[in-house]
Design a protein around this ligand. Structure first.
Ligand SMILES: [Fe+2]
Ligand SMILES: [Fe+2]
Length: 244
């Protein structure tokens, strides 16, 4: 399989041209910054923006009668279903992204010579389809409490922004399988923790059936994580000619 690390014409480091480095340093000394200040000025601007900013978003009111009743009931018992709906919306968005990440990884492994020996395509398809099932599971859970699965919750928004880099790594034609697995590993680590959080919330909300279904998903996520970790480790060791 192709290596992720090859020696080539990388000119990003200063050691490539000591003469130019000296000139560059001399120029930076000869042309100091046009205005004073340090990172404290930036922090002050950020504080100003933070103080004035509105929230990232909100949880929409339940759209169905069942939801109104359900939400009201939860509130009466002193719980806050909005926080739960926020995290359900977040899981929904992330599982959907998970499908797209695996789609991209499958495309990558289908074309990289020899990749399917270390990273079996049928296993990737299984994981991809499980992410889709998890998406559907969360969608049903959101509907069951009368909330709207098509609404983007604040946490879903945050996760979407945080995942953008992972999608970029997976869909960049130049990235290697090992580099893509590193991105998938980040996603699976976050995924695993987030399911645990969701199960905890569901239990505390008294949604025991939901928590039970979520535990089945977590078991599958455990399996994803174990495999991705192993594949990634193997490819990095091979790249370093250290594989046994
Ligand atoms: Fe997932
Ligand atoms: Fe997963």
């Amino acid at each position: 399989m192709e290596r992720s690390t090859d020696v080539g014409l990388n000119r990003t480091g200063v050691d490539m041209s000591p003469i130019d480095t000296k000139e560059m340093l001399a120029l930076s000394r000869a042309t100091p910054a046009s205005s004073g200040g340090d990172e404290t000025s930036m922090a002050a601007v950020r504080r100003e923006y933070n103080a004035e900013a509105e929230d990232l978003g909100s949880i929409p009111p339940p759209g169905t009668l069942k939801g109104v009743a359900s939400t009201a009931m939860q509130k009466l018992t002193g719980k806050n279903p909005e926080a739960f709906i926020d995290k359900l919306g977040c899981r929904l968005a992330f599982e959907r992204t998970g499908v797209r990440l695996y789609d991209a990884l499958i495309a990558k492994c289908s074309t990289a010579p020899g990749a399917d020996i270390q990273v079996p395509l049928d296993t990737l398809w299984t994981f991809r389809n499980q992410e889709l099932q998890h998406f559907k599971l969360v969608e049903a859970a959101i509907r069951s409490i009368g909330a709207d699965p098509t609404a983007q919750t604040p946490s879903a928004d945050v996760d979407g922004v945080a995942s953008m880099g992972l999608i970029q790594v997976l869909t960049d034609p130049r990235t290697s399988v090992a580099q893509c697995l590193e991105a998938i590993l980040i996603a699976e680590l976050a995924d695993n923790d987030a399911w645990q959080m969701l199960i905890l919330l569901a239990e505390k909300m008294g949604m025991n059936d939901m928590a039970r279904d979520f535990r089945v998903a977590l078991n599958e996520e455990d399996n994803h994580l174990m495999h991705v970790r192993q594949w990634y480790k193997q490819l990095v060791l091979e790249d370093a000619s250290l594989a046994s």
